[in-house]
Design a protein around this ligand. Structure first.
Ligand code: NAD
Length: 468
């Protein structure tokens, strides 16, 4: 039987319960736990992705007009790196970790065992529709779990390839793809899971948290938010222009960690904006609509939302759009008030509002007034400015003198805080996310002082010495 399931469920449908029972039984058989099994599944996943690489890139082009280069680096290539890293380190991650043991527990030894959580639900969104389902899946395999994957209905071509690939590679008792929209997601969330891993917007994230609370299911929420980019007066402006334009307009700005708005020191505002406008022309040409390297907005609804952010803003560069093609030109705007709709929610598209500031504290004040961002970027040559921003502003993760590249280091945990999410993954952090850490004290019986046992008369003053 294949794992791909396209039937539309609702919460009353019994077949989801049958699937849960099948997966539970398979998980409790212990089959997913041995190291050779996990290693083999990771290799099979990598081989299946490699065998379907062209189809995946084509599906991403269909859904988002995603350039093959961007689809490769941020989805397929990203996964190869994640799988390779996991294969290389899995043996070590799985080993029980010895930790110290305090004197009062002697003679004994202490260790932390990683055990799989069990049956996990992974719900993804549409902007990196392949990677955002598969990268958590790598962690779920590594940690020995069974899983149901729910890709986004807004990227249907990718969801279909993903479903086919998983269906032909794994039995559904081990991993099943359930395709569908909001109702499907709700039907899945109404059931009990051992872990839920959700990527998407904060509004749905809250619904996921509420559903999880019903069963006390632990969760990871990978959400979004308004990620600021600060350019200080001492920054390398050519470098900043190149890297901000790259990070903002990759995937037409539909990236959770894209710079959402720009804060630039007034002394370099004119120079930076000129360089950025030049850079946009250099990389996309005079008419970005004709560039093979520029993606499209996912749906007309999102196009309308983005187009609705422009009234009331002064366009510095860009601004052309075509609804039929879901095209919005790389656009930089100014003159936006801090309570303008463009500063209310994450933009998630190719529009970049710019604010000039006179002191760094002014910029940091703007950031701190908003929910904790998923990412923060700072361009500066000053180590003390770096330290000040890193140590005083809460954010998920970020870069100094770059944008978005912190995601490509599998040794770094990726996740938000507060409004941008909870929990983290990638590399070892994925393994830890999908594992329960079980603490075990192995006690020796040959020495068994009477001190801790009842009756306690006369022992209190003695026991106090151990705690001081
Ligand atoms: P979304 O939150 O609307 O949808 C995500 C998933 O949730 C889909 O599979 C969808 O079917 C399901 N869903 C939608 N409504 C639901 C409901 N009421 N109940 C249950 N499930 C429901 O996706 P979106 O908001 O369009 O995605 C964009 C957001 O995702 C942005 O905020 C972006 O920053 C964020 N994001 C975060 C990351 C990250 O890794 N932190 C990555 C990509 C995107």
């Amino acid at each position: 039987m294949t794992a791909a399931i396209t039937q539309q469920p609702h919460s009353g449908e019994p077949w989801l319960d049958d699937l849960a029972q099948e997966q539970d039984e398979y998980f409790h058989s212990g089959a997913t736990q041995p190291y050779p099994f996990r290693l083999d599944q990771l290799r099979r996943l990598k081989a299946a992705i490699a065998a379907n690489e062209d189809r995946i890139l084509e599906a991403l082009r269909t859904d988002l007009r995603k350039p093959a280069f961007e689809a490769f680096i941020a989805e397929v290539g990203f996964l190869y790196a994640e799988i390779n890293h996991t294969i290389k380190h899995l043996d070590g991650w799985m080993k029980p970790r010895r930790v110290g043991t305090p004197l009062q527990l002697m003679p004994s030894r202490s260790a932390i065992y990683s055990e799989p959580r069990g049956r996990v639900l992974i719900i993804g969104t549409w902007n990196y529709p392949f990677q955002l389902i598969m990268a958590p899946r790598v962690g779920a395999i590594a940690a020995g779990n069974v899983a149901v994957l729910k890709p986004s209905e807004l990227a249907p071509a990718t969801a279909s390839v993903l479903s086919d690939l998983i269906g032909k590679t794994f039995p559904r008792k081990y991993v099943a793809v359930v395709e569908g929209g909001v109702q499907t997601s709700q039907a899945l969330l109404a059931r009990r899971w051992d872990y839920i891993f959700f990527t998407g917007g904060g509004h749905v994230g809250r619904a996921v948290a509420r559903a999880a609370a019903e069963h006390l299911t632990p969760i990871t929420l990978e959400l979004g938010g308004k990620s600021p980019c600060i350019v200080e007066g001492d920054a390398d402006l050519d470098l900043a222009a190149r890297r901000i334009v790259w990070g903002k307009f990759l995937n037409a700005g539909q990236t959770c960690v894209a710079p959402d708005y720009l804060l630039v020191h007034r002394s370099v505002r004119d120079q930076l904006l000129r360089r950025m406008a030049d850079r946009i022309r250099t990389v996309y040409g005079d008419d970005p609509a004709a560039s093979p390297d520029y993606a499209r907005i996912i749906t007309e609804r999102h196009f309308d939302r983005l187009a609705g952010l422009l009234p009331g803003a002064n366009i510095v560069t860009g601004g052309r759009m075509n609804r039929a093609d879901r095209y919005i030109e790389p656009t930089i705007v100014e003159g936006v008030a801090l309570d303008h709709p463009a500063m209310a929610d994450e933009i998630f598209g190719p529009i970049l509002p710019v604010f000039a500031y006179d002191s760094l504290d002014e910029a940091l004040h703007i950031i701190r007034q908003r929910p904790n961002p998923l990412a923060l970027y700072l361009f500066t040559r000053s180590r003390s400015t770096e330290e000040k921003v890193i140590r005083t502003v809460p954010f998920g993760g970020g870069c100094i003198n770059d944008t978005m590249m912190h995601l490509s280091n599998p040794d770094l945990p990726f996740g938000g805080r507060g409004g941008s999410g909870m929990g983290a993954y990638h590399g070892r952090h994925s393994f830890d996310t999908f594992s329960h850490h079980k603490s075990v004290v192995r006690s020796a019986g040959w020495l068994d002082p009477k001190l801790r046992y009842q009756p306690y008369a006369g022992k209190l003053s003695l026991i106090k010495r151990f705690f001081r």
